[in-house]
Design a protein around this ligand. Structure first.
Ligand SMILES: *[C@@H]1O[C@H](CO)[C@@H](O)[C@H](O)[C@H]1NC(C)=O
Ligand SMILES: *[C@@H]1O[C@H](CO)[C@@H](O)[C@H](O)[C@H]1NC(C)=O
Ligand SMILES: *[C@@H]1O[C@H](CO)[C@@H](O)[C@H](O)[C@H]1NC(C)=O
Ligand SMILES: *[C@@H]1O[C@H](CO)[C@@H](O)[C@H](O)[C@H]1NC(C)=O
Length: 383
């Protein structure tokens, strides 16, 4: 699938970067990595404007808590990827697909809402799942490296303040949060848990291939989120009431969460084998499932309201949407205090929830290996 010229370009990029990679890992120890950039891949859990730039903007009241206006996120405020950027001292990531006002000096975000690892045999207009699957995101990234370097070197001027330096591609942190939509598409097409479980190996193979491609393009530091407790989300349960009959103590669908946990087990193994075959790179598996599940199961104790109850919209109308119900138009409004809510819109978490999740993962206690975010460049050789 790679265009014919890419091999030569890759060779140049890798050659330029090699000395810098070595330098970075020699000094690893327990010092901070000082990642100069972040490149992110994923779905709506980390979309900072990709789908909005392309298929219509996320409507108000998205963005109300922090940005004061919709900013391409399906959330009242910041996402975990925003807290990651803040922690690393990097500006919030511009979406690669957003051509207006973007600044890619310290990274780019290829994630779009509705994305999955596998290509979907349907259209966004039919199913709501994005055509920008992980393989498409990786082609975008390939274009991004190539074209950003061409423009940086040949056009100069303002572009040097909008595009990354070539060495950033080997020094950057590559972050992933994808898989939720691969699981839900199967369930939404009325598959049994066994049928969904049957394609998990295929998902792992594809994800592994994409990460290897990014390694081939110079990436060395990978931060990979597992998938969340999908069975605790209102939209998942309302699509498959039959799977919501058996619930656990936190009110979550046991069947959904079993599949999510199995996905995560396989993902952890896939990341471990990448680590084995690429000892000069650092791969961190991050258990966001446990962080989200802790929040949902201990919501009351942690000062939150009913964790399943969406703050914005309801079963009749989506957040910021309009729908005719029994002859009258209703609007998907926000609740008064999103700070006390876990669920923003029945699909996505609130900023308050995202902050909780970030606080759980930043120091490395839910990671394999247990390295803090800022030290996620430590390679197998250094450990
Ligand atoms: C990379 O950029 C060059 C121009 O610098 C172009 O000729 C080539 O086709 C591009 N390759 C890819 C993979 O886009
Ligand atoms: C799409 O269809 C192809 C060919 O039938 C199949 O191999 C693939 O698994 C399908 N993908 C999904 C996501 O269902
Ligand atoms: C883009 O962001 C970088 C910091 O990441 C900043 O130094 C640069 O000035 C910004 N570019 C423009 C044109 O504002
Ligand atoms: C709409 O009307 C039906 C029949 O009268 C009723 O059962 C249902 O609860 C109504 N829905 C809403 C959202 O008011």
């Amino acid at each position: 699938m790679a265009p014919p010229c890419s091999a030569a370009v890759v060779a140049v990029v890798v050659a330029v970067m090699l000395p810098l990679v070595l330098q970075a890992s020699v000094g690893a120890g327990s010092a901070d990595c000082r990642f100069p950039a972040v490149f992110n891949f994923g779905d709506s859990n980390s979309d900072t404007g990709g789908l909005s730039a392309t298929f219509g903007a996320a409507p108000p009241p998205n963005g109300r808590t922090f940005f004061g206006m919709p900013v391409g996120r399906y959330c009242d405020g910041r996402l975990v990827i925003d807290f990651i950027a803040e922690n690393l001292g990097i500006p919030y990531l511009s979406a690669y697909l957003n051509s207006i006002g973007s600044n890619f000096t310290q990274g780019a975000n290829f994630a779009t809402a509705g994305s999955s690892i596998r290509r979907q045999n349907t259209s966004l207009f039919l199913s709501g799942f994005s055509p920008i699957s992980l393989d498409v995101q990786s082609w975008e990234f390939e274009q991004f490296i190539n074209r950003s370097q061409f423009v940086y070197n040949n056009k100069g001027g303002i572009y040097r303040q909008l595009l990354p330096k070539s060495e950033y591609f080997s020094q950057a942190l590559y972050t992933f949060d994808i898989g939720q939509n691969d699981i839900t598409t199967g369930f939404f097409m009325n598959m049994t848990p066994e049928q969904v479980i049957a394609y998990i190996p295929d998902l792992m193979e594809r994800l592994t291939t994409i990460i290897q491609n990014i390694y081939g393009l110079g990436g060395r530091y990978f931060w990979i989120h597992n998938t969340g407790p999908i069975g605790c989300l209102r939209y998942a349960m309302s699509h498959r009431p039959d799977l919501a009959v058996v619930k656990d103590g936190a009110g979550c669908s046991v069947a959904y969460n079993k599949v999510a946990q199995l996905f995560n087990q396989r993902l952890k193994e896939a990341v471990a084998s990448l680590r084995k075959t690429r000892p000069d790179a650092a791969f961190t598996y991050v258990d966001v499932y446990s962080a989200k599940y802790k929040l949902i199961s201990e919501a009351k104790k942690l000062g939150f309201d009913d964790p399943q109850l969406p703050c914005c919209g309801d079963d009749n109308v989506g957040c910021g949407g309009k729908a005719e119900v029994n002859g009258t138009w209703v609007v998907g409004k926000s609740c008064d205090n999103p700070l006390r809510r876990v669920s923003w819109d029945g699909v996505h978490l609130t900023e308050a929830a995202n902050r909780f999740v970030f606080d759980q993962i930043v120091a490395g206690k839910l990671s394999d290996p247990p390295v803090p975010l800022r030290q996620a460049c430590q390679t197998g050789r250094g450990r």
